[in-house]
Design a protein around this ligand. Sequence first.
Ligand SMILES: *Cc1c(COP(=O)(O)O)cnc(C)c1O
Length: 372
Amino acid sequence: MEPIPVSTPSLNDHDIQAVATTMAEGWISSEGPPVQEFEKAFADVVDRRHGIAVANGTAALDIALEGLGIGPGDEVIIPSFTIISCLNQVLRSGATPVFVDAQRDTWNMDVSALKGLITPRTKAIIVVHIYGLPADIDQVVALATEHDIAVIEDAAEAHGQQLDGAPLGSFGDVSTFSFYSNKLITTGEGGMVLTDDDRLEAKFRELRNLSFNPAQRFVHEDIGWNYRMTSMQAALGISQLSRIDELLDYKKKVGQTYQELLDGTPGISLPLPSYRGSENVYWIFGIVLDPDSPHTASEMMKKLAAKGIGTRPFFYPLHQQPVLSKFGFEPTPALPNAEWLGKQGFYVPNGAGLSRSQQEYIAHTVREALVS
Ligand SMILES: *Cc1c(COP(=O)(O)O)cnc(C)c1O
């Protein structure tokens, strides 16, 4: 039996045709209409004035931080429970990361802990909507406004999700997305950085494209990156975006089926089905073993692999990343929830084409592994 992959992108004939058409028309680099069209269509969905398409979600964060002028002496508050992409440019820029613990139930940043971490040097707060459930971004924005701090909203795991009727990605001064192959909509590799601020938009476009000077092309007052998206990726993005509701409904249905099948299983926590009126879009379906569980996540993952079920561990807490010492940072005090999630969390298959009977098999195997 073929193992069940943890993630499979949903690609239909329309997606494939869109890419082929763009190529047939000769648009293969970032030049041409598809990139601008995708930027506009996605910015509309997120209710932003400007979208700048980039090579990936990590690039979007790099550009956001550099564009906001984050550098040595600045402090950036970031959740511990997220991907390394949120930390990379903070470290490279010479700024100091300040880590916040996760909430126990939503797995999102614990906003109640934020206030105590703000200092006169705090320049930005990164908020991540983890695994498809909205973080309390409105509360972060209120606090940040009071203290004149920029908010970067990383919505790479929550395309099409909303909070109080407003799209995620519309809250921060800057928001970022990834369109990697396992995200809710994909361009294969890809990302976007969005803002309503005209000055930031111009800066982001410069940084994306090697900081070419509009007046004198090969004369540079700044250095940027080549983080451009191709037309082929943009064409795929436009096609995926046109059926985002269908893609989200599928993830929701798979998530709800797991909830039903695993409901009441002792020894584990499941994702919250909804938060503050927003239904979980289940970018991934996570399972977290109780802190006193006789099992570890890696043992469980091994047992599931032996039964042909693909899994992946949760994020390893950023405040414990070995790389921090290379940048001269001392180990930070314990953040118990991020550490618990990092040690005891894993996720199960929820890619395209998963059948109900496969989900039943996976749920059954999880329950069996918990008692063996
Ligand atoms: C996937 C992801 C990224 C990175 O995106 P890439 O396109 O893989 O570089 C950044 N932030 C979050 C929260 C993500 O889930």
